[in-house]
Design a protein around this ligand. Structure first.
Ligand code: NIG
Ligand code: FE
Length: 417
């Protein structure tokens, strides 16, 4: 039994979420939208949450179990969008960009993602798995108990499958973090297909997707739909082919231009549309209607120096969209695994409240993955928890650049430090 000074349960819905008045008592609203319980207990048994509520009201069984003190306890954090399986690094591009070269130009000239493709093709499954394993522990230290990992640096059938197998190799080890693989074969047009892009889309649809689905290596299919990457028509074909094979659609949408990708997410019924820096108001309304989760990744703007053009977080929330916040961890546009820092950026850049930001890395992120067994505190759900040494939930984004995470529980197993 964990005895917490405060437990955040994350209600499915809350009327308070829709009305946001910057003049009103935001602290009281935050307590409501995160479902805060003060002086709470959580009884974990057999990998599941068996009971939670006010500590005084704990069951006999919960009384018999060892008691562990904690300050703030939240559902285990979900980093629902990363590209954590990669080889090498691209520190030189970081320098180039800071000297004025835009990200999209580097990509269009055959660098960027394609540099990571060269490195990944040279790496073995084992090398990829070893590097990923190290990174998984870094994410756990940041409070993450579920880590989504996309492929997309292979861009051949064998290299995409190699990436997925590396993820599976790590998932098969006893790591205190669940890995959720996502197939992103349509991350960029590989150099060898530069002048015959249709053939690459054929390859993704006719060979890669069937193999990924048949070997059960991923449950999601993503496409980078933007200038320099795939068009809306190409993305539609790839995502619907994925759906025909049972893969849930997700989209890298409108990160660099208003490509119409968020609208496509609504059209095909994608679980999430991610990035959204250039998404139009119409497309936001369509997303809300279709129940598409907006996944926002402020590290990209910080890292690319594009904080002058941010995703419309408040508009999404106002429209009734569920919002998730993720790192987008990748060697090009977001070399960070610090999900805690994303909470700070969500508050300062997107003008979200601490409660909204905490929802965005728990229940919001779970919904982006269409998962109802993680990201919230309920009886019978997987016991995934993140424990923080802070005096209040506001402190998590407020005191930034330091991790407040003192431990996690994954599947009922404690990992403390
Ligand atoms: O989410 N936008 C496309 N893909 C990644 C960047 C990947 C890379 O640069 O390696 C992203 O930002
Ligand atoms: Fe991404």
């Amino acid at each position: 039994t964990i005895h917490a000074r405060q437990l955040l349960t994350m209600p499915e819905e809350s009327d308070a979420l829709r009305d946001y008045d910057p003049q009103a008592d935001l602290h009281a609203r935050d307590r409501e939208i995160v479902g805060a319980i003060d002086d709470a207990g959580v009884f974990v048994n057999d990998g599941q949450i068996e009971w939670f509520g006010p500590y005084e009201e704990r069951t006999e069984e919960a009384k018999q179990a060892p008691q562990i003190r904690a300050e703030l306890v939240t559902p285990g954090w979900v980093d629902c969008h990363t590209h954590a399986v990669f080889a090498g690094e691209r520190a030189d591009e970081f320098v180039l960009r800071n000297a004025g070269r835009p990200y999209v130009e580097i990509l269009e000239e055959g660098g960027g993602i394609l540099n990571s493709v060269d490195a990944l093709r040279r790496a073995s499954t084992k090398e990829l798995a070893d590097a990923l394993l190290e990174r998984v522990f870094d994410s756990v230290r940041a409070g993450v108990t579920t880590l989504e990992v996309k492929t997309g640096y292979g861009l051949t059938t064998s290299d995409e499958l190699k990436s997925l197998k590396a993820i599976q190799m790590v998932a098969d080890q006893e790591v205190p973090c669940e890995l959720v693989p996502c197939f992103l074969g349509a991350h960029a047009i590989p150099r060898e297909y530069r002048d015959r892009r249709d053939e690459y889309v054929d390859l993704v649809c006719e060979e890669m997707i069937p193999k990924v689905a048949e070997q059960n290596l991923a449950q999601y299919c993503d496409v980078f739909c933007d200038r320099g990457a795939f068009t809306v028509d190409e993305a539609r074909r790839i995502l619907t082919t994925g759906q025909d094979h049972g893969l849930i659609a997700r989209i890298h949408a409108d990160e660099l231009t208003d490509a119409g990708a968020a609208r496509l997410a609504a059209e095909v019924g994608a679980a999430s549309a991610d990035h959204l820096e250039y998404t139009s108001d119409d497309a936001i309304a369509a997303m809300a209607d279709a129940g598409v989760v907006g996944v926002l990744m402020p590290a990209v703007n910080l890292f690319l120096g594009t904080t002058d053009h941010l995703a419309p977080a408040r508009k999404l929330l106002q429209a009734g969209c569920e919002v998730a916040v993720a790192t987008d961890f990748n060697p090009g546009s977001a070399m960070t695994q610090d999900l805690g820092l994303m909470l700070t950026l969500a508050c300062t850049l997107y003008k979200m409240t601490p409660g909204e930001a905490l929802r965005a890395v728990t229940i919001g992120a779970a919904k982006a993955l269409r998962r109802d067994d993680i990201g919230r505190i309920r009886t019978g759900v997987t016991a995934n928890l993140t424990m923080l040494s802070v005096p209040s939930m506001t402190y998590v984004p407020y005191h930034f650049g330091t991790s407040h995470v003192s431990g996690v529980v994954q599947n009922g197993e404690f990992a403390y430090w």
